[in-house]
Design a protein around this ligand. Structure first.
Ligand SMILES: C[S@@+](CC[C@H](N)C(=O)[O-])C[C@H]1O[C@@H](n2cnc3c(N)ncnc32)[C@H](O)[C@@H]1O
Length: 432
C-alpha cells in the first residue's frame, strides 16, 4: 500500500456528478472520512508515465470525497492486469464497501456476471450434464465466486435490468420494496404480452343456460378476468334462496381463470360478507375492503319533504333507494368485491383509488333492472386487462359488460340463463 498524491490520480467519469443521489452519497462519505479516516485504500493502476500518473480502479467516490475535504494524499493499492481483470478487481473492491445502496450492489453483481460470461461464454442450460461437462459461465458460478446465494444473484440481475429501464427505482430506499415493485412490473408486462395469445374456443360468444353447466365446457386457465354482477344470494321479498345455483358458478370461474387473474363482482352488503367467506374455499384470495361505485347523480339533494323529494328525483331520472327513512342517508353507492386467483398485477404502476364515480343509468334507459353503466365497467377493464384479454361474465343480464369489452377491444364470453335477456344481448351485439 502506498500514499499517492491526489493530483497524480486520474478518475473516469463518475456516472453523472450532477446526479443528486451520487452527490449526496459523496457528501455522506466525506463526513465519514472526516470523522473516521479512509478505512479502505483505493485500488489504482500505474499508467507508467513520467511524471507518475495512476487510474482509479476502485474508489472513485472515496477519491472525490477526500478531494472535497482537502486531502492531498490517499492510501492506494496498485493493481495490474488486463482491462477485464482490472474491472473485476474494481467490482470486488466496490462490493466490499459497507454502505452501498442496494441498486449499486445489483449493478456490480450484474457487471460481474456479464464480464465473466463475456470471458467464458454463456453456460448451456443443464439437460442432465454434470457442471464440469458444461462449458461457459452461469449465475450459479457468479454466486459461487461472489459468495452469495443463487437467488440473491438472479434477483440482483433482474433488479439491475429494471433500474436501467427505470432509473427512478433508485429512489426506493430498501431492496425488498424494490423487489416487490419490480416483480409486479414484470407481471404487468407478462400480462400485456400474453393478452392476445390464441384461445381454444370461439370468442365473443353469448350462451344461454346455467353458468355452471356452460363453464364446464371451457378449458382450465382460459380467462384473464371475470367481471360480473351475480343475482343476490337472497331475494328478501321472494323467499327465494339462489345459493344453490349461484355460488357453485364461482368454483368453475376459479378453474377457468388463468393463474394470475382477477374477479370483480358487484354485490350488496350481505353478499359481500358471504362471498368473502365462501370464495377462499374455491381458491380465491378476497381483498379485505371492496371497491365503491359511487352513483354520482344520486348525491343531488332535492328540496322538500320526502314524498316531494322523491317525485322531484324521479323527474330527474334518479332512483331513491326504497324504504329510505327520514333519518337515513341515501344509499348512493354499490360495493364491488375484488378477488384474485394467484397474485396478478393491476395495469397501473401507481396505487388506484377504491372509489369509482359514475352516474347510474336513468330508469327510462334501463334494458335490464340491474344494468350497470358501461363507463364503470370500462374503468375496471382498464385496471385489470389489456387489449386482447379474454373476459368472462357468467351473469350477463343486459350485456353491458359485453359492450364495454367490445369498446376496449377485449375478447369476451357471456352467459345468461334468462332467455329474454339472452336475446337482448344478441340484439345489442348485432348477433343473430
Ligand atoms: C344482476 S343481473 C346482471 C345485470 C348485468 N350486470 C347488467 O349490467 O345488465 C344477474 C343476471 O344473471 C342471470 N342469472 C342468474 N343466475 C344465473 C345462472 N346460474 N347462470 C346464468 N345466468 C344467471 C339473471 O337472469 C340475471 O339476468
Amino acid at each position: 500500500m502506498k500514499e499517492l498524491k491526489i493530483q497524480h490520480i486520474q478518475m473516469q467519469f463518475l456516472g453523472g456528478a450532477e446526479d443528486t443521489e451520487v452527490t449526496r452519497e459523496i457528501e455522506e462519505l466525506s463526513e465519514s472520512i472526516r470523522e473516521r479516516g479512509l478505512l479502505h485504500p483505493l485500488a489504482v493502476q500505474d499508467l507508467n508515465t513520467t511524471p507518475p500518473s495512476y487510474m482509479v480502479r476502485a474508489g472513485r467516490k472515496r477519491l472525490r470525497a477526500c478531494e472535497m475535504i482537502g486531502h492531498m494524499e490517499v492510501p492506494c493499492v496498485i493493481v495490474s492486469g488486463d482491462e477485464k481483470e482490472l474491472k473485476l478487481i474494481q467490482i470486488e473492491e466496490n462490493l466490499r464497501r459497507y454502505n452501498l445502496p442496494w441498486w449499486e450492489i445489483c449493478e456490480y453483481v450484474a457487471d460481474w456476471h456479464a464480464l465473466r460470461q463475456e470471458e467464458k461464454g454463456i453456460a448451456e442450460p443443464k439437460k442432465g450434464k454434470a457442471k464440469r461437462e458444461r462449458p461457459g459461465h452461469s449465475m450459479r458460478d457468479t454466486a459461487a465466486e461472489l459468495g452469495k446465494s443463487l437467488g440473491f444473484i438472479s434477483e440482483a440481475i433482474a433488479l439491475d435490468a429494471a433500474v436501467k429501464r427505470d432509473p427512478v427505482l433508485r429512489k426506493i430506499k430498501d431492496r425488498d420494496t424494490a423487489i416487490r415493485l419490480v416483480r409486479s412490473a414484470a407481471k404487468r408486462i407478462e400480462a400485456e404480452l400474453g393478452a392476445e395469445a390464441p384461445v381454444e374456443f370461439a370468442i365473443n360468444q353469448v350462451y344461454n343456460g346455467s353458468a355452471t353447466d356452460i363453464l364446464k365446457q371451457f378449458p382450465h386457465s382460459s380467462f384473464n378476468a371475470c367481471i360480473t354482477d351475480p343475482p343476490w344470494l337472497k331475494y328478501v321479498d321472494e323467499k327465494l334462496t339462489r345459493d344453490d345455483d349461484t355460488v357453485p358458478v364461482f368454483k368453475e370461474v376459479y378453474r377457468v381463470l388463468k393463474p394470475d387473474s382477477f374477479l370483480y363482482m358487484f354485490v350488496g352488503f350481505e353478499d359481500f360478507r358471504s362471498y368473502s367467506r365462501r370464495l377462499p374455499h374455491f381458491g380465491f384470495t378476497v381483498a379485505k375492503t371492496p371497491l365503491f361505485w359511487v352513483k354520482k347523480e344520486l348525491r343531488v339533494v332535492f328540496e322538500g319533504t320526502p314524498p316531494v323529494q322523491d317525485a322531484r328525483a324521479k323527474l330527474h331520472g334518479v332512483v331513491i333507494s326504497k324504504g329510505a327513512r327520514a333519518w337515513e342517508y341515501s344509499r348512493d353507492f354499490e360495493l364491488i368485491l375484488l378477488a384474485v386467483k394467484g397474485s396478478p398485477s393491476l395495469t397501473h404502476s401507481t396505487q388506484q383509488s377504491s372509489v369509482l364515480v359514475y352516474p347510474p343509468l336513468p330508469p327510462v334507459k334501463l334494458t335490464h333492472p340491474h344494468e350497470k353503466p358501461i363507463k364503470a365497467i370500462q374503468h375496471i377493464l382498464r385496471d385489470c386487462s389489456h387489449e386482447g384479454s379474454v373476459i368472462l361474465d357468467p351473469f350477463a343480464g343486459s350485456g353491458a359488460h359485453v359492450e364495454a369489452c367490445e369498446s376496449l377491444k377485449r375478447r369476451w364470453i357471456a352467459i345468461e340463463r334468462d332467455h329474454t335477456a339472452y336475446e337482448g344481448i344478441k340484439k345489442r351485439m348485432g348477433k343473430k
